[in-house]
Every structure is written in C-alpha cells, then in structure tokens.
Design a protein around this ligand. Structure first.
Ligand code: ZN
Length: 283
C-alpha cells in the first residue's frame, strides 16, 4: 500500500514537470530507464585519463547520458565511454543551466543530471554532497565526505581521525597541486601512529570509497594520507587541470596519484577492491 502510494506520487510529479510525460499520459517514471548516478560519476572520474574501463563502467547509464546530451545539442558519442569528449559536452550542459566554476566541472551533479533526464531517464543511486561548509576534524569538508570519514574511523578502534587539510581550499597547500580546490579531498593526519596503523588507516579509508595513499618524506611530503572521495561530484581544480579527478584513475590502475604515476606503494594486505560510498553503503 505504501509503495503504491509512493509510485503514484512520483508519476504525478513527473506529469507536472515533463512535457513529454504530459503528451503521453500513460508514461510514468516507472517506465523510464534508470541511470546509476554514483556509477556514472565513478566512470566520469576514471575514464577520461584511463580510457574505457571494463568492470567499472555501467555502459547503459553512460549511454543514456550521452544520448540525452546529444539530444540537447551537445554532441556525445553514445559508446558508453565517459571520456574527455563526453566531459566537454557535459560542461556545456552545465553552463547552459547557468553553472560555472566548480559547478561546471563536467561531473554530473544531482540537479544537472535530473534536468538532463527529464522525460528520458530517472536518476538512481543519487550522490548528494550535502552542505559544502560542513566540517570534520576541524577542517572544511562536505557532508558526504564527513560521513565517509566517520565511517572509516568507526572501522578502527576510534582513533578520531584529524585532518591536516580539508576541501574547498583553492590557493591552499601548493604541494597539493590544486587537488584540494574542490570537494571530496582531504589530508588525514597519521601523527602518533605506528607503521602498521598508518596502513590500517589507509585501508579503512579505501574500504568506504576513498582513493587514498600514504604520502611519505621520500615523495617530498611530511607523512600524511591524501584521500579523494570517489564519485564526489565536486572534484575540481580551479586551473582546469582535473588533477583530483585524474587521481581516481591512478587509484583504479594501481598507481600513486602523483606526477610520476609510479606504482602504488600500499602493501597488498591493505588494498581493497575499488568502490565508492554509495555502493559501500548499499544506497
Ligand atoms: Zn592532499
């Protein structure tokens, strides 16, 4: 009974806003195909630099996005590869909606994707960043990142992670190469931890959906963990370099996310399968 009421309400709201739905009264949200937003975002972060991926990409969702972009006048080859061409077309769509800067980064957000899908597809596994001015460990992060950090911390005997750098920090630490300009990116402290505990912290962060690496003095850093929240729509570098986004590709292919793109230095016991927050949570 409850389910029936919910479906009816969704169909009614689509009928109100969608010209297509209005023209075909029998169409409802239930008949439209579904786009898995979290998975499309993962592909949109891995595939520009890594190429089309097997096992990660949900080609059907990406193709729906590409066809919708083309229908709107922003050509995108419907091949299921969310590469640089699709990214550029998505940027145009975001700008058409009036967005700029971080909101026109080529990564689908809930608003732009829902608008693109009107009459064409419904959006499932929505990725909501919540507030961009939330905080964790005394540093600015979005709500999604905060929840991820809390979940990772809960996997360990309550170390109470502290951050040495948060997100939305353009013009911050120069060694970060603009990766912290947008959302989803944090530097986690490893102060006072043993070598084993550092790797356990890396593993916990990876388990909940971060691309995370232990940075070391040998790499030119004070010890800390640099972590990028996979599928976060706010990954952004203000210089347009896409450095944070492309670190997700490096993580996917087992490299270190630095300019050298060297092999990931994480011991195999602390590696986990590639995942993202919404999949980890079963959302
Ligand atoms: Zn960092």
């Amino acid at each position: 009974m409850f389910k029936r009421t919910t479906i009816g309400a969704v169909a009614a709201s689509v009928g109100l806003v969608g010209a297509v739905a209005a023209a075909t009264p029998s169409a409802s949200a239930a008949t439209l195909p579904t786009v898995d937003m979290a998975r499309v975002l993962a592909a949109a972060q891995v595939e520009p630099a890594c190429g089309q991926t097997a096992g990660l990409a949900d080609n059907a969702s990406t193709i729906l996005v590409q066809k919708a972009l083309t229908a709107k006048g922003y050509s995108a080859t419907a091949d299921g590869w969310y590469g640089t061409g699709t990214t550029a077309s998505y940027v145009k769509w975001q700008k058409h909606l009036g967005y700029s800067g971080i909101d026109a980064n080529g990564l689908p957000g809930v608003s732009s994707l829902t608008s693109l899908g009107s009459g064409r597809f419904t959006v499932a596994h929505k990725v909501n960043d919540g507030s961009r001015t939330d905080s964790y460990g005394g540093k600015r992060v979005n709500t999604r990142t905060k929840n991820m950090l809390q979940a990772a911390d809960n996997l360990l005997p309550r170390w109470n992670f502290s951050l040495v750098q948060g997100s939305y920090n353009p013009g911050g630490v120069s060694a970060s190469a603009g990766t912290h300009d947008g959302g989803g990116v944090v530097d986690v402290s490893v102060a006072g931890l043993s070598t084993t505990q550092r790797w356990e912290e890396v593993k916990a962060l990876r388990t909940v959906g971060f691309a995370a690496w232990l940075r070391t003095p040998a790499e030119g850093f004070a010890y800390h963990i640099h972590a990028v929240a996979i599928s976060d729509p706010d990954l952004w570098s203000k210089d347009g370099s896409h450095t944070a986004r492309d670190q997700v590709c490096d993580y996917w292919r087992g490299r270190n996310g630095l300019a050298s793109h060297s092999a990931d230095n994480t011991p195999s016991a602390y590696r986990v399968p590639f995942t993202w927050w919404e999949r980890y949570k079963g959302l």
